[in-house]
Design a protein around this ligand. Structure first.
Ligand code: FES
Length: 261
């Protein structure tokens, strides 16, 4: 099982949820089918039978929130090239940055497997993928076997991204998205430019008053209430956290944030 991220998600300041990224198992097949169905119905995903999903389930990655699968993507591997397909985030979780997290995590996982390039075919979301480092590619640059399987009627565009270009972590994808961090009690809103290792460094640099000691996720001194948004931890925090608390010294934003600071 791959566990690439530790993520804390806040929906409007009233609850915190843990999000996990992992490879799918046979037991996930029905959930992946159910998650994909609405997108097949609106034409954004290709229709596949349950048997096809079941046969290919080992190619899938999923994000789950407290046991519920909320996003998935398949990745067909062939040497140094992989094709991402069936990329879906449950509609009720749109707007929380899970698409950034899923894509960044999938690319990072494929890079660990020595995949050098990823391709995908997109119809309605070409610009979203272009914002995440994908570029349009000529069919002549794709493997002939893949070109032969292109469904001309869908009008999808082939896109390609090198997994080595830049650091494929969710915080870098967040920087691309141009995120805002609001320090509510200080009355300051700042743009996250991705040059800081943590929100603690970021706050400190901009003169926001914080409490801190270890800067390593152990002492808990930098505990702060996350009122809105999603943060990513590079490593799982060692200090105990309750309710809406998060650790500034270990966290980076994945979406726009509102902090009680
Ligand atoms: S400063 Fe010690 S946990 Fe953040």
């Amino acid at each position: 099982m791959t566990k690439a991220i530790f993520l804390t998600l806040s929906r409007g300041g009233d609850e915190l949820l843990d999000v996990g990224f992992r490879t799918a198992t046979d037991a996930d097949t029905d959930a992946v089918v159910a998650l994909s169905e609405p997108f097949v119905a609106d034409g954004s995903l290709i229709s596949r039978t349950r048997e096809t999903y079941a046969a290919d389930i080992a190619e899938f990655f999923v994000l789950d929130i407290e046991g519920e699968i909320v996003a998935c993507a398949g990745a067909g591997r062939g040497g140094a090239l992989a094709e991402i397909y069936n990329f879906a985030v449950h509609e009720k979780w749109h707007g929380h940055g899970l698409g950034h997290v899923l894509l960044g995590s999938v690319i990072a996982a494929l890079h660990q497997e020595q995949v050098e390039q990823v391709v995908l075919f997109s119809g309605t979301t070409v610009r979203w993928f272009e914002r995440h480092g994908f570029e349009r590619v000529e069919e002549s640059e794709l493997p002939a076997e893949r070109v032969a399987r292109i469904d001309r009627e869908r009008g999808s565009v082939p896109l390609r991204r090198s997994t080595l270009r830049g650091f494929d972590a969710p915080d870098v994808l967040a920087r691309i998205a141009g995120l805002k961090v609001r320090f509510e009690r200080s009355g300051v809103e700042l743009g996250w430019d991705g040059t800081f290792d943590s929100l603690l460094q970021f706050a400190d640099h901009h003169g926001i008053e914080t409490d801190s000691r270890c800067w390593a996720g152990a002492c808990g001194t930098c505990r702060t209430f996350l009122k809105k948004g999603t943060v990513n931890y590079h490593t799982e925090p060692g200090a105990d956290l309750e309710g809406q608390e998060m650790l500034l010294c270990q966290a980076q934003p994945v979406t726009d944030l509102v902090l009680d600071l």
